[in-house]
Design a protein around this ligand. Sequence first.
Ligand SMILES: Cc1cc2nc3c(=O)[nH]c(=O)nc-3n(C[C@H](O)[C@H](O)[C@H](O)COP(=O)(O)O)c2cc1C
Length: 307
Amino acid sequence: MTVDLSVSLGDVSFKNPVFVASGTFGYGTESNDLVDVSQLGAIVTKSITKHPREGNPPPRIVETPSGMINSIGLANIGVDKYIEKMIPVYEKIGTHVITNIAGFSIDDYLHVLEKLESSGGNVCGYEINVSCPNVDTGRMEFSVDPKSTRELTKALRSATKKLLILKLSPNVTDIGEIAAAAVEGGADALSAINTLFGMSIDPATRRPNINTNIGGLSGPSIRPVGIASVYKISKAVDVPVIGIGGITSVKDVIEYLLAGASAVQVGTANFRDAAIATRIINDLGTYCEENDIATICDLIGKVESYD
Ligand SMILES: Cc1cc2nc3c(=O)[nH]c(=O)nc-3n(C[C@H](O)[C@H](O)[C@H](O)COP(=O)(O)O)c2cc1C
C-alpha cells in the first residue's frame, strides 16, 4: 500500500508532516553526519535576530524529570551572517527550510524579514517567535497581547507573500484569542507551543539551576499542554496548526494530528538523538500501512471528542 504522507501549509506542500523545532536543530546542517536531513518534512532554524547575539551566560540548560529548562537567550549569528553563510547552503539541503525570526520591536522583525526577502534563496517561509519582550510596550511579550500579535502579523504580512507562521506561547490565559488575532493579521498558519515557564533550584547551594532563574520548560512533560493548545486553536481558527511540545514517538505525532495539527515539530528529543525525527517519519509510514490509512491528512482533527 502506498501511503501519502504529504501535507500543505498555505501554498507550500511538504513531503511529510514531521519537522524539527526551532533552537533544537541549529541551522539545520550541524547534524549532517548523523542524519539525512533531506528526509525531514522541514527544518525550522533557530531564531534569527537583527544583530548577532551571544545569548545568556551559562548555566543555561538544566535537565528536569521529563524534559529540560533552557534560557539560551536567542544566541544566533544575526541576519547578515545568516544570509551570507546559511542561505546558499539551503539550495542543496533537499527539504524545505523555514526561517524562525525573533525581535524586540515590530521594526526588528520587519528588518530581518525584509533582508531575507531580498536575499532570495531556498527558504519557503517564516516562523515568527512572538515569545519576546516588546520594548515599545513596556517589555510585555508580543505573545500575551492580541493587539501586539495582530499588529506584528499585519506588518510582516504586508512584507511577504511567503508562508507566514506565528509561533504561539502557552503562557497565556486564552491561546484561542491570540490565535484569532494572528489570523486577523494575516497568518497562514500557527505553531504551538513554545516553552512554558519553568524553574528548578539546587537545594545544596540554594541557587536556581539556570542563570536567568526562570527559563523555558520543554520535553515530554509539556506534551499534554501542547496537545490541548492545538485542540483549542483548531477550534478557534480556520488555518493549519503545527503541533509542538514533547514529541518523542509516532504515537505522539498521531495524538497531535488527531487534536487538529496538520504538521508537528520535534524539539527537545533531538538533543538525545539527532536522528529521532527521521525515525518517527519511517514509523509514521509503517503506522499508516498497518492501520489502512492511505493519506495522512485523513487523521487531522479526527479526535472523537466528548461533545
Ligand atoms: C534549547 C532550546 C532552544 C530553543 N530555542 C528556540 C528559539 O530560538 N526559537 C523558538 O521559537 N523556539 C525555541 N525553542 C522552543 C522549541 O522550538 C519548542 O517550541 C519547545 O521546546 C517545545 O517543544 P519540545 O518539547 O519538543 O522541545 C527552544 C527550545 C529549546 C529546548
